[in-house]
Design a protein around this ligand. Structure first.
Ligand SMILES: NC(=O)c1ccc[n+]([C@@H]2O[C@H](COP(=O)([O-])OP(=O)(O)OC[C@H]3O[C@@H](n4cnc5c(N)ncnc54)[C@H](OP(=O)(O)O)[C@@H]3O)[C@@H](O)[C@H]2O)c1
Length: 242
């Protein structure tokens, strides 16, 4: 496996949830980190937590849905070895009832923003590096329509970029299914517990994922030099059920 020692890893969304756990694991593997998020307080807390691992950590508060701000940010960064994107808003509901504004927002967040991240990152990625995007699994076209299309979009994006960027760089994605993270911080505790149970019941392995099970997969894709164009579902087999 390729070493992350002294490599520079950019994590868009490294201040919370899955991305923060990826950052911790990468720091333990010796990577220096550039962490991007929107909320300043979360960035400061993440920086303190990650610096304790003995690596260099810088942070940037940018809303990457603003593509001009995203471009300015990536243009200003030094060249880097790897980039992980955790960006992608979600929705629930089918095509018949979803407001067009919601469909457009989710596609803009999940698909177009990540396309732009890929285009810009390609100009800064050092040879031998990689990109890892975040797709998703578990939702169906009839109950999470734009999320479902957005995830298909990410899966296509990694295939296209993998060929366009080879042999200099690799491009992959991880697909989590519903998992307890701060992503659901606005959800009332009772609803959170009920949703977790509903997913556990639908997942053949009978539970939802741990953060470590998800984060480990990003680390695996960053470090395995012969995997490109793949999206790996870490979902307990949810799509195999009825
Ligand atoms: N948790 C789940 O159930 C689940 C299931 C399937 C897929 N996913 C996907 O996994 C990804 C990460 O989820 P998570 O559960 O780890 O969520 P989280 O704890 O809310 O973390 C999301 C991270 O991304 C950053 N971020 C989000 N939008 C951003 C934007 N527009 N500009 C800059 N930074 C942004 C957040 O920063 P701020 O906090 O500052 O905004 C935060 O650091 C998302 O794409 C989500 O759709 C999650």
């Amino acid at each position: 496996m390729a070493s992350l020692q002294q490599q520079t890893l950019v994590i868009i969304g490294g201040s919370s949830g899955i991305g923060l756990r990826v950052a911790e694991m990468a720091a333990d593997a010796g990577a220096n980190l550039i962490i991007i998020g929107r909320n300043e307080q979360r960035l400061v807390a993440a920086q303190e937590q990650l610096q304790a691992h003995g690596v260099a950590v810088s942070t940037h508060a940018v809303d990457v849905h603003d593509h001009a701000a995203l471009e300015a940010l990536i243009t200003a960064l030094p060249p880097f070895n790897h980039l992980v994107s955790m960006v992608g808003d979600v929705m629930g509901g089918g095509f018949l009832t979803a407001p067009m504004a919601t469909l457009r927002h989710v596609m803009e967040s999940k698909f177009f923003t990540n396309v732009r991240i890929g285009q810009l990152a390609a100009t800064k990625l050092l040879s031998g590096g990689s990109l890892v995007f975040t797709s998703g699994t578990g939702g169906r076209a009839q109950d999470a329509c734009a999320s479902y299309v957005g995830n298909l979009g990410i899966n296509a994006l990694v295939e296209g970029l993998a060929v366009e960027m080879a042999p200099d760089a690799r491009v992959n994605a991880v697909s989590p299914t519903w998992t307890v993270t701060p992503f659901w911080r606005e959800m009332p505790a009772e609803q959170l517990a009920a949703t977790r149970q509903r997913f556990a019941d639908a997942i053949p392995l009978g539970r939802t994922a741990t953060l470590d099970e998800l984060a480990q997969t990003y680390l695996f894709l960053l470090q395995n030099d012969f995997i490109t164009g793949q999206h790996i579902a870490v979902d307990g087999g949810i799509m195999l059920g009825s």
